[in-house]
Design a protein around this ligand. Sequence first.
Ligand code: UDX
Length: 444
Amino acid sequence: MEKQQKSRHLVLVMLPLQGHITPMLQLATILHSKGFSITILHPEFNSPNPSDHPEFTFVSIPDKLTKSQLSDNDVAGFMQSLNKNCAAPLQQCLNKVLASYGHIAAIIYDTLMFCAQAIADHLRLPGMTLRTSSATTLLFYTVFPELDEKDFISKIESPELEALQLQRFRSLLSHNPTEAMVEVRAAFTNAVMSTSAIIVNSMEFLEQEALSKVKKLVPAPIFTIGPLHKLAPTVCCSLFTEDDKCISWLNNQAPESVIYVSFGSMAGIDKQELIEAAWGLANSELPFLWVVRPGMVGSSEWIELLPNGFRESVGQRACIVQWTPQKQVLAHAAVGGFWSHCGWNSSVESICEGVPMLCKPFFGDQVLNTSYICNVWKIGLELHELERGNVERRIKRVMVDMEGKEMRKRAMELKKDAVVCLMKEGSTSCCLNDLTNQISLSSV
Ligand code: UDX
């Protein structure tokens, strides 16, 4: 009843993957605190738990995803099917929400749920998009598809962006794209070019040069309102069960002595890579907290493929868990470095706690984020070859050497900049005000 009395109603459309669910629920929480009522439409797969968020209305959309679509590593194929299967039920659902609330101020969708933009256009409602990765990724989708190398460089590259080595990310995107990739990128670009606002979980100072380029290329205003997790710190949205025992283990470690290792919610490694990572960590002689998700290593269930003698050799110096409360871990005084796959959320979370990184990107934007971390912000080191000697040396460079201490200093500076963004006159606060104003204006 209370929900219906509010005049400003928003519909949020979620992409059902951890790295996307989290920022969408954080955004929902922030906008709710600004006086908007919220309905969240989400595919059946990886449904959030409504009882964790009693302030929102949740509606599940049939996604008709098959077991093979869910288990394949074909991310673009997954996005393509998800959008195709969800488009019609999404529209029906939006019609029902419209009928019951009388008005929707805006439809805010994850950019990878791009089918929502066409539906918003059809219903003559403002469609706005949440990009859960960096604003820089927008450069590739907006100018990428038709351009040859020379045009691409002249349009995107600038001396300031040279350090980012955008070419590397671009070659990755253009290397043998599947039909699904080409279609998904075109649909993504279409959505970005026709949306009425782009919301990014980033901070202006992090990607200033690229942001000014993106702003020239896309018609919609861009609102950098990150770090979302600092604006909505209590949002609970883990698809996996957090193991709190790692916090008591961290409590017993010396300050800045622990290397935290996590490859996010999707990346996987094979048995040999597990063995090399394990011995690299063991031989570094440093304490480590390692997240091994069930199913992360080939076809194994959990850590049964760890090499013989490894557990004995590391003893209490190691804490291996299936999932951590990561933000709490990164904020812990015992954590001195983060060996990460460099998903955007993990990268932003690490910056916000001033933790230097060892970067092992696996796919997609992780490569671009690594470039930012190592070449632009200079708060991390890339790990190219997952080989034990290399792992050991690189961990020591980040954790022990002068080089690592310099990285930590720069990371601490970025942490301070992030705090400034959140202050009253900071860029995030200003963007958030502008965003809520735009939504309010479009809803009258
Ligand atoms: C995916 C893609 O891999 C990434 O490149 C893209 O930027 C977003 O979508 P994911 O693998 O989930 O992301 O990584 P990331 O973006 O870093 O998000 C992982 C989230 O899970 C973070 O918010 C992190 O705090 C959380 N997490 C991770 C935990 O809470 N506990 C863990 O043990 C590991």
